[in-house]
Design a binder for this molecule. Sequence first.
Ligand SMILES: Nc1ncnc2c1ncn2[C@@H]1O[C@H](COP(=O)(O)OP(=O)(O)O)[C@@H](O)[C@H]1O
Ligand SMILES: [Mg+2]
Length: 250
Amino acid sequence: MKKSSNGSSKVSAADDPDPPAKDVRVCTGVHGLDGLLGGGFPVGSFILLSGTCGTGKSIMGMQFLYEGAEKGEPGVYLSMEEEPDRLIYDMSGFSWDLRKHMDEGRLVIAKPEIYESDAIKRMIVDSVERIGAKRLVIDSFTLLSSYLEHPFDVRKMVFDLSREIKKLNCTALAISDVQEGTHSYSTNGFEEFVADGVVVLSLTQASATGAYTRTLLVRKMRATQHSLKLMPFKIEKGGLKLYPEAELFG
Ligand SMILES: Nc1ncnc2c1ncn2[C@@H]1O[C@H](COP(=O)(O)OP(=O)(O)O)[C@@H](O)[C@H]1O
Ligand SMILES: [Mg+2]
C-alpha cells in the first residue's frame, strides 16, 4: 500500500504486484461484445458492471458465468439479496441449463448467511477456490459495500478482492446499482477508479419520441482500445445481444 504526499493511505488495483505476463482474454458471454474488446475482458480483471434498475446487470452477470460453464470454466455467483432458487427462476426465460452446471460443479450460486464483510470476503474466496472458479459475479457490490462503515474499507475491499482473484486467475464482475439521474458509475464514488474496467448498462431515451432503448457503454477497460460509442442491445432468448452497428434510435 502507498502513502501519498498528504500522508493518506491509498490502495489501487494498479499496485498489483504480479500483473499478468501476457494479454489473455475471457469471453464476456454478451453476443457481439468480445470483438469490440480485443477478445473479451482481460483475465484477472475486476470489472464494475454499472447501471440503474432493470437495465440487465444480473442477466449479464449470469450470462457471463453460463458462457464460462459451457466452456468448462467454473464460476461463482455471489447473490447478496436474491435467494438462489429465485434467481434461477428469474433466469428460466433464457435457454440456459443452470441446474446442470450447478450439479456438475461448474456453477455455484452462493448467498451469505452472515452479513459481515470479512465473512463475505472469506466466503467469496473459499467458493472460488473450492471449484477452481475462473469467473466471479458479485450481485451486488453496492449491497456488499453497505456492510462497510468507512470509504477506506470499501476501497480496501476492492483492492483485496482484486488481488485475490488475480492470484487465482479469476475475472470478476462487480455489479453496481446506481440511482436514476446520478452521474456516478458507482455507489461510493471511487470504485470506477480502482476497477480495471467499467461497463455501463442504461435505458437511453430518444428526445424526439420519448422511447427508451437499451444501451451498453464500455466506459473503461484496462489494456484495451475500445469504442466509446453508446451501443444498442436487446435482451433476447439467449441473453444480451449487442447491435454495435445499429443506429441508436433507428
Ligand atoms: N426472459 C426475458 N426476456 C427478455 N427480457 C427479460 C427477460 N427477463 C427479464 N427481462 C428484462 O430484464 C429486466 C431485468 O433485468 P435484470 O438483469 O434483472 O436487471 P438489473 O439487475 O439491472 O436490475 C426486466 O425488467 C426485463 O425488462
Ligand atoms: Mg439485478
